[in-house]
Design a protein around this ligand. Structure first.
Ligand code: NAD
Length: 257
């Protein structure tokens, strides 16, 4: 796969899945723009290191994906956006009656509305070039629900719907829009939960992963950031030119249940 000459903007990419996708795209020769809301020397160093390792241009642009104008400005500052990966996301767990309204609004803004704003900003450039890829990182929770995650699940179902509408509005123009729906992926965020879960359940690491965390994932194995990155690279390949308006589950069988 050769993505030389293309530029990808990946939101929320200074850790976890976003960083994994950025690495996979850079390994395919793509210039990458990393993003998060912080603006620390280590954020810029992360991009510089990634660029050096893969021999591509890699920049870090700070922008808060909770702010619609900042989302649009991120795409403008990137200069080019052939591949847009909407990945930034946060979670909060509480019953609906106790779910703080401000956190609901923030999750909808970061996990859903940011993708609307970045897509709106990126499509004119993609249409002008006659080529573009919009890859939205949804979730198995974009297709199924669990209790206590109302905002996250509403947002992720919304992301799946937005991907379909984007696909219809760009069909036949060389642009595709799809949602990748990961099951549980072993990111630093998930890794950090393992010790607490071990304590709460009085189980060893392997048992807590298999019996508690991966209860709904029939493979009983985490997906990896490399697998999500590989799926994104596939969506950028000519083999996926007619793959648009759909979801690709990388979930160990979760949504087959
Ligand atoms: P993570 O916390 O490692 O990554 C989230 C990224 O979003 C980070 O880079 C963070 O800095 C960034 N971010 C958070 N708020 C932001 C804001 N306001 N503006 C800009 N960036 C912001 O978590 P992750 O597990 O890598 O999750 C990445 C995406 O994948 C999310 O959309 C998440 O919902 C989705 N996802 C994760 C899993 C999983 O099991 N890890 C499963 C399905 C879907």
């Amino acid at each position: 796969m050769d993505l030389a000459g293309k530029t990808a903007v990946i939101t929320g990419s200074n850790s976890g899945i976003g960083l994994g996708v950025a690495q996979a795209l850079a390994a395919a020769g793509c210039a990458v723009v990393l993003n998060s809301f912080t603006d620390r020397p280590e954020d810029h160093a992360l991009a510089a290191d990634l660029g050096r390792r893969h021999g591509v241009t890699a920049r870090y642009i700070a922008a808060d994906m909770a702010d619609g104008q900042a989302c649009r400005d991120l795409v403008a500052k990137a200069g080019a956006c052939d591949i847009l990966v909407n990945n930034a996301g946060i979670q909060h767990v509480a019953p609906i009656e106790e779910f703080p309204a401000a956190i609901w609004d923030r999750i909808i803004a970061i996990n859903l509305s940011s993708a609307f704003h970045t897509t709106a900003a990126a499509l004119p450039g993609m249409k002008a070039k006659g080529w573009g890829r919009v890859i939205n990182i949804a979730s198995a929770h974009g297709l199924t629900a669990s209790p206590f995650k109302s905002a996250y699940i509403a947002a992720k179902h919304g992301v799946v719907g937005l991907s379909k509408t984007t696909a219809l509005e760009t069909a036949g123009l060389g642009i595709t829009a799809n949602a990748i729906c990961p099951g549980y992926v072993l990111t630093p965020l998930v890794e950090a939960q393992i010790p607490d879960q071990m304590k709460v359940h009085g189980m060893d690491r392997e048992t807590v992963i298999r019996e508690v965390m991966l209860l709904r994932q029939p493979s009983r194995q985490f997906a990896t950031v490399e697998q999500i990155g590989g799926t994104a690279v596939y969506l950028c390949s000519p083999a996926a030119d007619q793959v648009t308006g759909t979801t690709i589950s990388v979930d160990g069988g979760w949504t087959a249940l």
